[in-house]
Design a protein around this ligand. Structure first.
Ligand SMILES: Nc1ncnc2c1ncn2[C@@H]1O[C@H](COP(=O)(O)OP(=O)(O)OP(=O)(O)O)[C@@H](O)[C@H]1O
Length: 207
């Protein structure tokens, strides 16, 4: 569904990603692992089209029409409520008002933050914010879901819920790519791309 070929990303003189190739098929959950600074976020941003590659390509098949990114550090608007954060994203994507409301409410409930729906994000705990950000990505029902370190602030129970959500998204047919430091979370995925200093050192593919 999404194929990365010979991808390099640099910021000025700093090369963050070098000659990385991999394939994210529909219906699979892939982990991107590596130490801090290894290039995981740079890879996801390049896949989302948010950073231009210095070399290489990111190709999407025709069925990969929509891409959603759950960014590291949540990327929520603090001055909006949890529900408004989801609604803004859905309405901006062209989803109708009634459908957007239903999808927002269902996603907040799936992540167990429906009780915080009307609260300003600024008033939420770190873990609650992270769950609202996951809910926003879930509500987009994208063909490709890119999830960047989405379990870092979660307790074990909510970590399991987040992993189940990613798994369900893959089961729905999405190509899901999940950047993580957590070896246990990576072990729950169908395959793993391991980065060291921006280079892919190993890759296991979905069976
Ligand atoms: N906007 C930027 N400008 C300059 N350098 C950057 C920028 N973003 C990332 N880098 C550098 O690129 C390299 C890869 O960073 P990246 O955020 O992709 O790594 P990461 O594996 O996601 O790290 P972490 O696990 O800490 O989030 C690092 O050396 C980082 O300092």
């Amino acid at each position: 569904m999404m194929t990365v070929t010979g991808l390099s990303v640099s910021y000025g003189d700093l090369v963050a990603l070098r000659d990385v190739s991999f394939h994210a098929p529909a219906g699979s959950l892939l982990a991107v692992t590596g130490a801090s600074g290894a290039g995981k976020t740079s890879l996801l941003w390049a896949m989302a089209g948010l950073v231009a590659p210095r070399a290489g390509t990111v190709a999407r098949s025709p069925e990969a029409a929509t891409v959603a990114l759950i960014p590291q550090g949540n990327g929520l608007a603090m001055v909006l409520t949890a529900r408004e954060n989801l609604l803004v994203a859905l309405l901006a994507a062209g989803v109708g008002r009634r459908d957007a409301a239903a999808r927002a409410d269902a996603a907040l409930e799936r992540l167990g933050v429906d009780g915080q729906s009307g609260q300003l994000v600024d008033e939420l705990s770190g873990g609650q914010r992270q769950r609202v950000a996951i809910a926003r990505g879930l509500a987009m029902t994208a063909d490709v879901l890119l999830a960047d370190e989405i379990t870092s602030d979660l307790d074990p129970r909510n970590r399991d819920v987040a992993m189940e959500v990613l798994r369900e998204e893959a089961r729905r047919g999405a190509a899901v790519v999940f950047a993580t430091h957590d070896p246990r979370a990576a072990a729950d995925c169908d395959g793993e791309l391991r980065l060291v200093d921006g280079a892919a050192v190993s890759a296991t593919r979905p069976a």
